[in-house]
Ligand binder design. Structure first.
Ligand SMILES: *[C@@H]1O[C@H](CO)[C@@H](O)[C@H](O)[C@H]1NC(C)=O
Ligand SMILES: *[C@@H]1O[C@H](CO)[C@@H](O)[C@H](O)[C@H]1NC(C)=O
Ligand SMILES: *[C@@H]1O[C@H](CO)[C@@H](O)[C@H](O)[C@H]1NC(C)=O
Ligand SMILES: *[C@@H]1O[C@H](CO)[C@@H](O)[C@H](O)[C@H]1NC(C)=O
Length: 285
C-alpha cells in the first residue's frame, strides 16, 4: 500500500511537469521543442524589432493611428508596455550592444535614446529618411527611397564601400565583419575585405535579418526562420512557423518574432517537460 502510494506520487509529479505541449518542433537537435509565449498582440505588427539585452527590453514601432509609427517599449519579463513620445515615423530600430543605447530611424532622421536617462537626442543630419538601422562600432543605415547603405561618422555620412553598388533592404554584420544583406533577389554575403556579393539563397523571399548573441545570422520569411551556418555558408531552415515578419533575440538568446498580429517569444523546453502533439499533416498514406 505504501509502495503503491509512492509510485502514484512519482507518476503524478511526472504528469504535473509534463503539462506543456510542444508548439514548435525545431530541427535544431539541441533545442527540440519551443513553447510560444505571446509577448503582445498588436494590429499592425512591426517588421523591425530590437532588444536592449542589458535590461531585456524589447523595442518596436507600431501604427498608432493615421499611419503614424511610434516606438513601443516592452519589458519582456513583466510584459509592461509603454509608448515613447517624441519620435515620429521611426520604424527602423537598432541597439548598440556595447552601450545598451537604442537608435530610432525614420522620415525625420536618426534619434539616440538613452533609457536610464529617458533622453532622446536627434543626430544633426538634414533630409534623411531612414529605412533600416544597424549599429556596430558605427551607426549604419539604409536611406529611403534609394535603398543604399551609409554610415555616420564625425557628423558626416559616407557610403558603405562594400555595399556601394547594391540595393539593400536590410543588412547586418557578423563577428568577423562579414556583411549579409537581403533585397528583392535574395540573401547575399560579402566576405570581410572583399566587395563582391555572393548570392546565398534566392528563395523564399526574406523579409527580415538579425544576428543572435553569438553573432550568427538569421533570416526570416513567410514560412520560417533560417540560420546561416558558418562553416559551409549554407542557409538552413531551423524553425517552421508561418508569416514571420521580423526577428530579434532576447538577453538569453531566445528568438522573438513578429507575425501579422502578434509578437512571440520562442522558449526552448527540456525534452522531459513536454508532450509532442502528433501532427497528422506529416503522416504518409
Ligand atoms: C510600466 O511602465 C511605465 C512607464 O515606464 C511605468 O510608469 C509604470 O509604473 C510601469 N508599471 C508597472 C506595473 O511596472
Ligand atoms: C545621463 O544623465 C547623467 C546625469 O544628467 C549624465 O551625467 C550622463 O552623461 C547621462 N548619460 C548619457 C549616456 O547621456
Ligand atoms: C574624426 O574627427 C577626429 C577629430 O577631428 C579626427 O581625429 C578623426 O581622424 C576623424 N575620423 C575620421 C574617420 O575621419
Ligand atoms: C540585389 O543585390 C544584388 C547584388 O548587388 C543585385 O545584383 C540585384 O539586382 C539586387 N536585387 C534587386 C531586386 O535590387
Amino acid at each position: 500500500m505504501r509502495l503503491y502510494g509512492f509510485v502514484f506520487l512519482i507518476v503524478s509529479i511526472e504528469a504535473k511537469h509534463r503539462t506543456k505541449y510542444c508548439d514548435v518542433v525545431s530541427t535544431d537537435p539541441t533545442k527540440h521543442c519551443y513553447v510560444k509565449e505571446i509577448l503582445t498582440s498588436i494590429a499592425h505588427s512591426p517588421n523591425q524589432l530590437s532588444v536592449d539585452r542589458t535590461t531585456n527590453t524589447l523595442y518596436f514601432s507600431f501604427d498608432f493611428g493615421q499611419g503614424e509609427y511610434v516606438p513601443a517599449i516592452l519589458n519582456i519579463e513583466s510584459k509592461n508596455i509603454s509608448v515613447l513620445k517624441g519620435v515620429k515615423d521611426a520604424f527602423a530600430i537598432a541597439n548598440d550592444p556595447t552601450t545598451g543605447e537604442m537608435y530610432f530611424g525614420g522620415s525625420h532622421g536618426i534619434y539616440k535614446y538613452n533609457a536610464p536617462n529617458r533622453s532622446l537626442q536627434r543626430l544633426n543630419i538634414n533630409n534623411l529618411d531612414i529605412w533600416w538601422l544597424f549599429v556596430k562600432k558605427r551607426i549604419y543605415f539604409i536611406k529611403f527611397p534609394s535603398l543604399s547603405a551609409f554610415y555616420y561618422e564625425n557628423k558626416t555620412i559616407r557610403s558603405v564601400p562594400e555595399l556601394k553598388k547594391d540595393i539593400v533592404h536590410q543588412f547586418v554584420m557578423d563577428k568577423e565583419d562579414n556583411i549579409f544583406f537581403i533585397n528583392g533577389t535574395g540573401l547575399f554575403g560579402i566576405k570581410h575585405d572583399d566587395n563582391k556579393p555572393v548570392l546565398l539563397r534566392d528563395h523564399p523571399r526574406f523579409l527580415g535579418i538579425a544576428t543572435d548573441m553569438n553573432g550568427y545570422v538569421h533570416v526570416c520569411s513567410e514560412d520560417g526562420i533560417f540560420i546561416v551556418t558558418k562553416v559551409i555558408q549554407k542557409v538552413k531552415k531551423v524553425i517552421n512557423v508561418q508569416g514571420v515578419l521580423g526577428i530579434t533575440f532576447d538577453s538569453a538568446n531566445n528568438i522573438i518574432y513578429s507575425d501579422s498580429h502578434e509578437i512571440i517569444r520562442l522558449v526552448p523546453m527540456a525534452r522531459d517537460n513536454y508532450y509532442i502533439q502528433h501532427d497528422h499533416r506529416y503522416d504518409k498514406d
